[in-house]
Design a protein around this ligand. Sequence first.
Ligand code: ADP
Ligand code: MG
Length: 254
Amino acid sequence: MREPVIIFRNIHKSYPLYHHVTGGIKNFLFHFKKSVSGLQKRSYESLRNISFEVYAGEAFGIVGANGAGKSTTLGLIAGVLKPTMGSICVKGRVSSLLELGAGFHPELTGRENIFLNGVLMGLGKRQVRGKLDQIIEFSELGNFIDQPIRVYSSGMLARLGFSVVAHLDPEILLIDEIMAVGDIEFQKKCAGKMMEFKRKGVTMVFVSHSAGDIERICDRVMWIEDHTIKMLGPTGYVLDSMLNRKLATSSGGL
Ligand SMILES: Nc1ncnc2c1ncn2[C@@H]1O[C@H](COP(=O)(O)OP(=O)(O)O)[C@@H](O)[C@H]1O
Ligand SMILES: [Mg+2]
């Protein structure tokens, strides 16, 4: 029996909505209580009623337009965001690459950041040292590894970030759009590493704009549209539906 290692039940995530005071500041102050409660009630819904499960060893893709809620979903799995409503259960050690440079310190060198991240992920210094050569080699950063990472390009940051999470023995790996940054050769290398993880039975949740990568790597895909699940199923089926929809809207829209 396959065991679910990520369980989302009726997840909602809202952010407070900040906006300009309309009707003038006098009016605002005069009706202070009402105005403030009006402001507090306003919120922006990033995710609405999201329920799904990811099974141990599964490669699970998330697709959808910009702003749909993909990164928010990953942030909730990683535990860096909290849901407004609903329950989330994640079983296993999570390694995540959510944003470029997240978890890195700009003044530290690439090498020092590898240590920092390793320790943050719960490894001992000696364990990180044991993996250091592999991480540096995979990143292909050469001498830049001893430069502070504030001088890195976004492609270099992506190399370092991916190399770190890929070598710290994750049980659950979360990757957000990272393959889109950097050169084609490195993207291919990342995809290769992800296939290797898949063979090893690491659970992966993967957000990408590249239908090709999703198709190659993922077993199932969740399509988010307008902050809620539009479709969830086998990769081919969901990607075909998205493609058909795009064709239909582009011909219908002209
Ligand atoms: N910290 C935040 N504060 C307010 N709104 C946010 C915040 N983060 C994301 N959002 C909003 O939530 C929605 C979903 O964002 P996101 O998950 O980043 O989308 P995606 O990754 O699919 O492009 C977007 O409309 C975005 O503007
Ligand atoms: Mg995003």
